[in-house]
Write a protein that binds this ligand. Structure first.
Ligand code: UD1
Length: 426
């Protein structure tokens, strides 16, 4: 497994272009299965999760190429709606294929994606949503088969505004007969992006970005070209890294309105942020101030996907902060790793009490999941001395060559790959 070696203590500085959003690209690629023909999707980042999704699509009979940041798909030869268990287990987001394949083939077989490092991650809302649209569901161990000769529009209320369930139901409802209403829908920007993409293909969806989404079923969709939105979590990660290293960074190709809660929190810590169109400038030279309480919640509140990264900044702040995680029960795994670097953090159920220290020190630490890994990289950049981050494949799921991205901002970060026994210097 690759490692990242970081020589910390150098403020980040310079300009960076932000990659396309993984969490928008994944459902959009799945949604392509609703249409027959050639679809081109731009600004798709080169990531492990995207590779896995494209491999699944190839396995189902699609032609898929990923050149630079563009994915070319031809779904005309799609012949299967059975997702092999081994591929299903590689990535939870394969669940997004349920709605589109059910709508196109009238049946789909998947396997339980299972729990993961950050929590149990149930799929009951996905299944009950599809059932409401008329699907019959048979569960046999971890195998789940869904059948529906014809999906029919329905009124669906989600007990929790799940991002994935909202997207799956939207995709299934596009080709259903009649009107579907999803209430207590998730409001994340990636859901708006999915609506824009589906509507570009001829779907009739309104309401994404609010808590009520209405889908009027159509007979068929037409292929199109589309560009996914910039990645708000990668943007946020770089913003926090700039703040934690007390640097000055300009981020291009961003959607500042998707990061209102982070911008508010960073300003409260004393970080200077200037926004101009799709450009964000972040800078600070002083020690951050603590924040009494940050709570992760569904959008537009503070995102769980930036919880571990902001905790690094709070770990270096002047004073005590409290971070409450309400989305995933297992999302404090970075705390023990940060403690190895000198952080003073105590976890009490779903809250972390962070007592700021004036300095972190380099250590060997392990990325336990994607965002925890990103947090450790930020900690390594801010720390005094050398940090080794192990299990980098978790980080590669969501950041396109993170060492090159941060290297462009002056970070001293090198990937060590044991397979080739080579160091890869950005
Ligand atoms: C998406 C994002 C992920 C982000 C999360 C929350 C993608 C590919 N991933 O994940 O990066 O951290 O939103 O913003 O877009 N739940 C149920 N039953 C269900 C579905 C979800 O109980 O059927 C629970 C989950 O266990 C979790 C909570 O709802 O506690 C949020 O999950 P959800 O919003 O569905 O997240 P994902 O779509 O998996």
């Amino acid at each position: 497994m690759d490692k990242l070696v970081i020589e910390g203590g150098k403020p980040l500085s310079g300009t960076i272009v932000i990659q396309g959003a993984k969490n928008a690209a994944l459902p959009i690629l799945a949604a392509c299965m609703l249409v027959e023909g050639k679809v081109t999707i731009d600004q798709v980042p080169k990531l492990l999760d995207i590779d896995v999704m494209l491999n699944i699509l190839r396995e189902l009979g699609c032609r898929a190429e990923h050149e630079d940041q563009t994915v070319l798909l031809d779904t005309s030869s799609l012949h299967s709606s059975h997702i092999p268990e081994a591929l299903m287990r590689q990535m939870r987001s394969s669940i997004f294929l349920m709605g589109p394949l059910l709508a196109r083939f009238g049946e789909v077989t998947i396997y339980q994606p299972g729990g993961c490092a950050i929590g149990e991650r149930k799929i009951d809302l996905h299944l009950s949503g599809l059932q409401a649209l008329g699907a019959e569901i048979e569960e046999d161990g971890s195998r789940i088969a869904c059948y529906a000769k014809k999906l029919r529009g329905a009124e669906i209320h989600l007990d929790f505004p799940s991002v994935g369930a909202t997207e799956n139901i939207m995709m299934a409802a596009v080709l259903a007969e009649g009107l579907t209403t999803i209430s207590n829908a998730a409001r994340e920007p990636e859901i708006q992006d999915l609506q824009h993409f589906l509507n570009r293909m001829g779907a009739k969806i309104i309401g994404a970005g609010t808590d009520t989404i209405t889908v009027e079923g159509v007979e068929r969709l037409t292929p199109c070209n589309y560009q996914v939105i910039p990645d708000r979590i990668v943007t946020g990660t770089v913003m926090v890294a700039a703040a934690a290293t007390r640097g000055q960074v300009t981020l291009l190709n961003t959607c500042p309105s998707h990061l209102t809660s982070l911008i508010h929190v960073l300003r409260r810590t004393g970080v200077q942020i200037a926004v101009d169109g799709d450009i964000i400038k972040v800078g600070t030279a002083s020690r951050p101030k603590s924040i009494d309480r940050i709570v992760t919640s569904p959008y537009p509140a503070f995102p769980t996907d930036l919880q571990s990264q902001i905790m690094v900044l709070l770990a270096l702040a002047d004073g005590v902060s409290i971070m409450k995680e309400t989305i995933f029960e297992g999302r404090f795994k970075h705390v023990d790793e940060l403690a190895r670097m000198g952080a003073d953090i105590r976890v009490d159920l779903s809250s972390a009490i962070v007592r700021g220290v004036s300095r972190l020190y380099g250590a060997t630490v392990e990325a336990t999941d994607l965002r925890a890994g990103a947090a450790l990289v930020i900690a390594g950049l801010a720390a005094q001395g050398k940090t080794v981050v192990e299990q980098v494949h978790h980080i590669d799921r969501g950041y396109d060559r993170i060492e090159e991205m941060l290297g462009r901002l002056g970070a001293r970060i090198t990937r060590f790959s044991p397979i080739t026994n080579n160091t890869i210097v950005p």
